[in-house]
Design a protein. Structure first.
Length: 287
């Protein structure tokens, strides 16, 4: 067993930012201030995150990067920069809450506002920091619409050129369980299924309340079977679209689900129960 008393300190760690471009003040705070102003404290250096991501996905041009604590949005900014430099098509999903700072919360509370009020929500990190930075960095301007000045460090890429990228903003909410069971909110769940399938292409949408027996989305690389009797059509359609990698099958019948997926030549299949998973639990049939 290791005893702390036996430990002999051999050196004292120095400044953690050994690489100049990783300095969080110069290439974190000052950079983000140039884009959206002083809205966020202690952001990471864009280039520190860029180097970290590049280390793992340099040879994976179609990688999917997920950041569950997005903060100021540095991760997506770095992914876009890496794609711009090497021609990659990496995707990035960022997740963050919409909390306000303690000082802002006290000030808003004193004025009678509560979480959920527009005056409160518009100052939350997602809407006030993460999303504006994402839009501005992609379009190449600051929050006032002025072109960003200078090039990205170590490259000839002008910040004002932005990136050839698109972004979608989703707000996580609660769906009425009974409405979901009746299929009335299927289109609200579609973004979740899109992300589960890898977030390829632009997030699909459904017009109106009619849900077809089979939804085929080759651009997004997934399909959804809503009615079991349409399975033969699904099989035929998949033969015509080998780019589809994920299939969701809506059924409560486990044996039927297993029989249908047995011969499907796709990478992933998932069973969605008829009540759309009772609080949205996804069961993995096979991977």
């Amino acid at each position: 067993m290791f005893n702390d008393d036996d430990y002999e300190q051999k050196y004292i760690p120095g400044n953690q930012w050994w690489i100049t471009s990783h300095d969080s003040t110069e290439f974190g705070s000052k950079l983000i201030n140039k884009i959206i102003g002083k809205r966020f404290s202690f952001p990471k250096s864009l280039y520190a995150v860029y180097d970290t991501i590049r280390f793992f996905v340099a040879n994976k041009p179609n990688a999917l990067i997920v950041d569950f604590f997005a903060g100021s949005g540095t991760t997506l900014h770095a992914v876009n920069l890496l794609n711009a430099e090497d021609g990659g098509h990496r995707r990035c999903i960022m997740v963050t809450n919409n909390e306000v700072s303690d000082a802002e919360a006290k000030e808003l509370t004193a004025k009678g506002y509560r979480p959920g009020d527009e005056e409160w929500e518009k100052l939350g990190i997602a809407r006030y920091v993460t999303w504006p930075r994402t839009v501005c960095s992609i379009e190449g301007h600051d929050v006032n619409g002025q072109p960003l000045k200078g090039n990205y460090l170590g490259s000839d890429l002008p910040m004002a050129d932005g990136f050839k990228a698109n972004a979608a903003y989703f707000k996580l909410g609660f769906l009425d369980k009974n409405a979901v069971a009746l299929g009335r909110q299927f289109k609200e769940m579609l973004p979740t299924l899109w992300m589960k399938a890898g977030a390829y292409g632009k997030c699909p949408t459904i017009e109106g309340d009619h849900i077809s027996k089979m939804l085929l989305l080759p651009e997004n690389r997934f399909a959804i079977l809503n009615e079991e009797n349409a399975f033969p059509q699904l099989e035929a359609a998949l033969r015509e679209h080998p780019e589809i990698e994920t299939v969701y099958i809506v059924t409560d019948y486990q044996a039927g689900y297993s029989a249908m997926t047995k011969n499907l030549k796709v990478k992933h299949t998932y069973q969605l129960y008829r009540d759309y998973l009772d609080n949205f639990r996804i069961n993995t049939g096979r991977n």
